[in-house]
Design a protein around this ligand. Structure first.
Ligand SMILES: Cc1ncc(COP(=O)(O)O)c(C=O)c1O
Length: 423
């Protein structure tokens, strides 16, 4: 038996999270390494959503608002707060990450009168930059967005970031874990540096929540946003969350003055009077069907515990990198993620000039090989997402061996270079 396969089996045998795998819908013919884009379906979500639709909506109709649904957003927010190290009265769940970022970025710029610089980095998720570009173009016209450059395309120098902040900087908007390279900031250090200079910080936790240890309160984070459809397994387009530290809540205004953010929404008063809680960041009626579907995934993460999830993710990423170095180095792959696990989230990126066609071959094998689903990020990245709740060490071994076979057989040459659909 191949040494690494044997090692994978040993690591799986020792794994205390291995039994979580069966709590998800699995396909024996497929290895899924894309939980950092869309997490798997927890089995419990199937029954829960079908009874929600049939009984609560179909049978209960509008009565279900009082009986079940009004309390749902608060219960979900409270569970999310336990995963990101926040107090439950600091988290709101609803809307998308994009919309939540818009609300908080607007609120920060309005609160930081006189400061006109906004800083982010070139590894940030482009949609986050689009939101800020829109704010600068349409609402805060004397402001500017500046991007800190990466010297290697993988990491950002925190020292360089500190040098960039000054007394004219209003806002720093960063991803805790970068979507492509998986680079992870030291949140505590960045928060301290920013706070010393009076700069507000919004963290995007989309690639962090449910995968790495996030301690918003302990690290004195001011604001954060994030999605629930990646490592939290909440389902496609599931409601996002936002976090605002308690002492900032009064100072920050939601630009979307919605009735669900009103202190007495069902009094139908003509004038807006914001509620004095994090609920003031609501932008309208909660999306009950998709919000309810988030809960089973959160329960699984809470049951497993972030520290165990993170420990397994680090061990699995190290195993993956070891395999890449051993099996793939002769095929011109380059590790495009930080080597040091303290600077890395839960996915590992590989760079190769044929990355697109190699990922196609992984997804559409020519023979009866198992399908491996990674994702491709242009121009030349294959992202391998590790979700410790359902990925085994054997999955990782299989995936890297499969890439090696694709390279040896040149199977990727079956595909053209035209890109279409969701990559
Ligand atoms: C880091 C990050 N931020 C923001 C978004 C945008 O999220 P949404 O489209 O749900 O608003 C994504 C989407 O994948 C993301 O990965």
């Amino acid at each position: 038996m191949d040494y690494f396969y044997k090692k994978a089996l040993e690591l799986d045998a020792e794994d205390t999270l291995g039994n979580f795998r069966d709590r998800f819908v699995n396909d024996a013919d497929l290895v899924y390494l894309d939980g950092n884009s869309l997490g798997k379906l927890p089995r419990k979500t199937i029954d829960l959503t079908s009874s929600l639709v049939k009984e609560e909506w179909g049978g209960g109709l509008i009565r279900s608002w009082n009986e079940k649904w009004m309390e749902l957003p608060r219960r979900i927010a409270s569970k999310i707060s336990g995963i990101i190290g926040a107090r439950e009265d600091e988290v709101f769940v609803g809307d998308s990450t994009t919309v939540n970022l818009y609300k908080l970025a607007f609120a920060s710029l309005a609160a930081q009168q006189g400061r006109t610089r906004i800083i982010s980095d070139e590894l940030n998720f482009p949609a986050d930059l689009y939101i800020i570009q829109g704010l600068v173009k349409h609402q805060f016209r004397d402001h500017s967005l500046e991007l800190l450059q990466s010297s290697d395309g993988i990491t950002i120098s925190e020292e360089g970031l500190g040098d960039m902040l000054d007394e004219n900087t209003a806002l720093l908007a960063l991803s805790h874990v970068a979507f492509k390279s998986s680079f992870m900031y030291n949140m505590e250090d960045v928060n301290r540096t920013a706070q010393d200079k009076g700069v507000m910080v919004i963290w995007d936790l989309s690639h962090a929540a449910g995968a790495v240890t996030v301690e918003l309160n302990r690290t004195n984070a001011g604001m954060a946003v994030g999605c629930t459809y990646k490592y939290l397994n909440g389902g496609p387009g599931a409601p996002a969350f936002l976090y605002v530290r308690k002492d900032l809540q009064e100072r920050l205004v939601n630009p979307v003055t919605s009735w669900f953010g009103h202190s007495r929404p069902f009094d139908f008063e003509l004038d807006f009077d914001p509620v004095l809680s994090v609920r003031k960041f609501a932008a309208g009626t909660p999306a009950i069907l998709s919000m309810a579907a988030v809960e089973p995934g959160l329960d699984l993460v809470l049951e497993a515990g972030i520290s165990r999830i993170r420990a397994k993710s680090v061990r699995q990423s190290e195993f993956l990198i070891e395999l890449v170095n051993e099996i793939l180095s002769c095929h011109d792959f380059r590790l495009a993620s930080p080597v040091d696990s303290r600077q890395r989230g839960s996915h590992v990126s590989l760079q190769h000039r044929e990355a697109y066609r190699i990922s196609r071959a992984m997804i559409e094998p020519a023979d009866n090989s198992r399908i491996v689903i990674p994702d491709f990020r242009p121009p030349d990245n294959i992202r391998l997402g590790i979700s410790p709740l359902y990925n085994s060490f054997a999955d990782i071994h299989y995936s890297v061996s499969r890439i090696a076979r694709i390279m040896e057989s040149r199977e990727y040459e079956r595909f053209g270079i035209d890109k279409s659909g969701v990559p």
